[in-house]
Design a protein around this ligand. Structure first.
Ligand code: GDP
Length: 365
């Protein structure tokens, strides 16, 4: 499953945020693995379309799609040299698909800052440097091996050597691997290295409650925004502490609390949505009398692979799919009406599923 890892220096609010995530969490019965691994939290992806579909179809149950967060605590200065629990944590980051970097943007004299003062630019640099150094080591090790293969005239090795050299240069200057422009073929060649700084990053600027209505007024948030803009990354201002409080509320109470804070949605919802975008994920739906359900796929996924998210048999035996766009179904008012109007399309193996598609799969068992 796709997952995003939460990183940041100690005492910036990672655990608080992670606890809010697990509190707000998806129905844990569906996700047995998260009770096994305390560092994995699963959240429902909020999606208004699901409720609207349910109104049309009237199913017995409604199942949102979900999303994994992994708490990667313990990244400290020196981690790339194995300090703290360094290497173990770096290997956890290797396994996630994208990174949420929590940055402390709140002042609180009762909460120690590891570097002595709140300083987002220096915090970000500290974390990024550890990741860069870990990648530099990975790249140099690989370079050694490829250099030997290159001598024997191996074409793939020659190509890889070129890419690795470019990566090495950037990393040695302290720049993340994602600043090196690589075409899709080049990316493929180095994919197995699983470079940490090649992963997309989203900055979560952790602010105090008072800043939530207007986070831009917080100068620390401005600093994070400037750095993120240079990297082409997104920033989501959030208050981990407030999220922890929101996570304990439900329905009406929750809406009232958000209104008091001057917010239309919780920061967590915005963070989930941003992480979803960051991973290039989209949602399709299945809609039957039993259940209306949302499913997550990567952008560009074709119909059989999309079916495979439900069950591998669906992919293996895929024949075709009956498809209607979300807006079309809403306009038609019901699946039956949509069918009468000829709005349901039959699509084959090459169909690229779009965000919001409602799909019915036909398959051989
Ligand atoms: P971690 O080490 O990054 O996991 O940080 P924690 O989540 O344990 O948070 C460190 C301390 O900061 C805890 O005492 C939190 O209650 C506190 N904290 C977290 N978020 C906020 C915030 O937005 N404002 C304030 N004032 N304190 C916070």
């Amino acid at each position: 499953a796709l997952a995003t890892g939460i990183v940041g220096l100690p005492n910036v609010g990672k655990s608080t945020l992670f606890n809010a995530i697990t509190q707000a969490g998806a129905e844990s019965a569906n996700y047995p693995f998260c009770t096994i691994d305390p560092n994995v939290g699963v959240v429902d992806v909020p999606d208004e379309r699901l409720m609207k579909l349910a109104q049309i179809v009237n199913p017995q149950r409604i199942v949102p799609t979900s999303f994994q967060f992994v708490d990667i605590a313990g990244l400290v200065k020196g981690a790339s040299r194995g300090e703290g629990l360094g290497n173990k944590f770096l290997s956890h980051i290797r396994e996630v698909d994208a990174i949420i970097h929590v940055v402390r943007c709140f002042e609180d004299e009762n909460i120690t800052h590891v570097a002595g003062k709140v300083d987002p630019a220096s915090d970000i640099e500290t974390i990024n440097l550890e990741l860069v150094l870990a990648d530099l080591e990975t790249v140099e090790k690989r370079l050694d091996r490829v250099a030997r293969q290159k001598k024997s005239g191996d074409k793939a090795a020659i190509a890889e050597h070129g890419i690795l050299t470019r990566l090495q240069q950037a990393l040695a200057e302290g720049k993340p691997a994602r600043t090196v422009s690589l075409d899709p073929d080049e990316r493929k060649l180095i994919k197995s290295l699983n470079l940490l700084t090649l992963k997309n990053v989203l900055y979560a600027a952790n602010v105090n409650e008072g800043d939530l209505a207007n986070p831009e007024a917080n100068p620390y948030v401005q600093i994070v925004k400037r750095i993120a803009a240079e990297e082409g990354a997104e920033v989501v201002p959030i208050s981990a502490q407030v999220e922890a409080e929101i996570a304990e509320l439900e329905g009406e109470e929750r809406a009232m609390f958000l209104e008091e804070l001057g917010l239309s949605s919780s920061g967590l919802d915005r963070l989930i949505a941003a992480a979803y975008r960051l991973l290039g994920l989209i949602t399709y739906f299945t809609a039957g009398e039993k259940e209306v359900r949302a499913w997550t796929i990567r952008q560009g996924t074709k119909a059989p692979q999309a079916a495979g998210v439900i069950h591998s048999d669906f992919e293996r035996g895929f024949i075709r799919a009956e498809v209607i766009g979300y807006e079309d179904l809403l306009n038609a008012g019901s699946l039956a009406a949509a069918r009468e109007k000829g709005l349901l399309r039959l699509e084959g193996k090459e169909y690229v599923v779009r965000d919001g598609d409602i799909m019915t799969f036909r398959f051989n068992v």
